[in-house]
Design a protein around this ligand. Structure first.
Ligand code: SF4
Length: 117
């Protein structure tokens, strides 16, 4: 977990559920920075949220490059666990781009809408 305690004042939290991207867009540096794809365990990710909860930080930003990739195994279970544990406390934001095709082709749109997205 990042050393958030170094910030005396923290108005929002940042989390990365995943590192890297499985795609190879020619204009993107993602693969140069990290040539792989891995995800935090749900427990690790929820423990980061626990820290934000204790500091009363409601707004949390995802910095993932491919947040919706494999979402049924990563993002959706994470959001379910967070909502179960913190009961809608958090508001999530995605300043990094999302893969629109996953929103169009999958059912994530509805699932995410139910989870303070
Ligand atoms: S992060 Fe986005 S732009 Fe970069 S390779 Fe992945 S899909 Fe392409």
């Amino acid at each position: 977990m990042p050393e958030w305690n170094l910030y005396e004042k923290l108005s929002y939290g940042v989390i990365k559920l995943t590192e890297g991207c499985v795609y190879k867009c020619s204009y993107c540096a993602s693969r140069v920075l990290y040539d792989g794809f891995k995800a935090l365990s749900i427990d690790e990710a929820v423990s980061q949220m626990e820290y934000f909860y204790k500091r009363n930080i409601r707004d949390v930003v995802f910095y993932d490059d491919a947040l919706l990739y494999n979402a049924d195994k990563i993002l959706i279970p994470f959001l379910e666990k967070v909502n179960e544990k913190f009961e809608g406390f958090f508001r999530f934001h995605t300043p990094n781009a999302l893969h629109a095709r996953f929103l169009k082709e999958g059912e994530y749109k509805e699932k995410l809408a139910k989870k303070n997205w």
